[in-house]
Design a protein around this ligand. Sequence first.
Ligand SMILES: Cc1cc2nc3c(=O)[nH]c(=O)nc-3n(C[C@H](O)[C@H](O)[C@H](O)COP(=O)(O)O)c2cc1C
Length: 193
Amino acid sequence: MENLMEFLKTRRTYRRFEQKEIPGEVVEEILTAARFASSAANRQPLSYIVIREPKAVSDVFAHTKWAGALPPELGQPKENERPVLFIAVIENLDINKECDTDAGLAISNMTLAAWNRGVGSCMIGACNKPALSEMFGLTEHQKLHTVVAFGYPSHESHIVDMESSEQFKYYLDEKKDYVVPKRKLEDVVRYYP
Ligand SMILES: Cc1cc2nc3c(=O)[nH]c(=O)nc-3n(C[C@H](O)[C@H](O)[C@H](O)COP(=O)(O)O)c2cc1C
């Protein structure tokens, strides 16, 4: 359990990556982890588009925004820091229109499976969904939920206690590692009765 807690603590959002390919078997493992995820009524409305060819990765990257809490020169990955893989999560509306929780669970499984192989990730909600949907050729029965970026991280990320309610913005320390304030347990938990 101690190891799992340490694993969860270090499985953070990573935004700068080595320019090193992720082996196919690791990509398959990440996708299998998504397949294993729980799903409401076991309907399994999600499917996945894998983007790993460098030109396609670059085309998808152009429609993504990174680290909204930081100025772009600090938060946006530079040319030699970009992810090497994107996985787009697609909601199939014919199966289930309300699948936000399913998607969250699948994404969580993917990022955990990736981290188990040393691969860092960043979920990108701030992507240009209309442009990406057109690029992927999605039909009106399919909706892009999000894209998740992957790569071997070239920085670290550390959790610190959030000392005040306004201090939610992550920042970079002197080594350019991410520092992520999390609300303290006593601030978010109460026992009933
Ligand atoms: C729903 C969701 C959408 C997110 N969208 C983006 C995004 O568009 N760009 C980005 O750089 N990070 C994005 N993130 C990452 C968050 O900024 C990150 O989870 C947060 O700063 C806490 O860091 P942690 O994941 O290391 O705990 C997103 C995370 C979630 C859960």
